[in-house]
Design a binder for this molecule. Sequence first.
Ligand code: 5GP
Ligand code: MN
Length: 342
Amino acid sequence: MSPLLSTADLLQFMTLIRDSRHVAICGHRGPDGDAMGSALAWSAYLQGLGKQVSVVMPTPPPDFLRWLPGSKQVVIYQDNPTLTASIMAEADLICCLDFNALSRLQDLQHLVAASKAKRLIIDHHLNPDTEGISFLVSRPQMCSTCEVIFRLIHQLGGFDDMTPQTATCIYTGMMTDTGGFTYNSNDPEVYEIISLLLTKGIDKDRIYRQVFHVFSIDRLRLQGFILSEKLQFFEKGRASVFTLTREEMKRFRYVRGDLEGFVNLPLQVRGLSLSISLREDTEKDVIRCSLRSVGSFPCNKMAEQFFHGGGHLNASGGELPFPLEEALKTAERAIEAFRDLL
Ligand code: 5GP
Ligand code: MN
């Protein structure tokens, strides 16, 4: 496996770790399998070095990730602001995993920005914001932050001591960020890593079922409702949009995570390049926007220009501060503006 860090960087990184005692690890709002998996794996590694480690997420993970080993110890800022504040105040190192800009921490960003701790980023998103950062490990070509974390632990000599629990966390993030290895996963070394993880005794088939096959009947019916009643197509079937109101979510007894993956469904249509989902946020008065594409269509450019967001080429998101009908008009304008790339 090719090394993640140059020798000089490795030495600098090791010094940073050696000089820290209280480490806080955070991931982005609405933590997904990659944010949770990488944070828990990195936490386990640092704990093995004798560090005092806390994992903090701005908001809770979806129910289908609660089984991840260690997830019960994760502090949720939204539920525990006081505890979070003391963790951030005590930390001498804050590791920002799976996000490229503090704004993705929402309200938690202020505590992180105010902390005197050194800060490092370990991530695979484009264009990391390096202001105030002591060390950056940014690998946009990698499938997931979990892949970056694996390589890091491996290079630091921590593979032999890696537990099956940690291997499970890493595999989960690699699997979820690649849609079960159906995109962003052509690098042969990804499979070298998987084979090393399998030597730890992980049950990858079970992990798949625990993440992808644990939906409620309500969720399945919500999926049917969206596909039959809400999905609209544009530009001769090359783009699609669906919207979802809070009222509709309530009707299908929505719980956090129920919408995960729906935005990918329209990509199953032949010739479709772009899928957009627009839904009323359940906590704030904003519209959460998700964009997915196949091929070279740049979701991130569209998200930056039209949805106050960003992300990867094929998966981006953003937020619009106005009603759903207007958000739909924005999406239509965005599709119109990008029609030549569809
Ligand atoms: P999702 O559609 O799953 O919420 O987000 C997909 C990807 O888009 C994320 O992994 C992240 O890279 C990016 N993304 C989502 N929401 C935002 C946002 O509000 N701002 C930025 N800059 N990127 C976002
Ligand atoms: Mn990720």
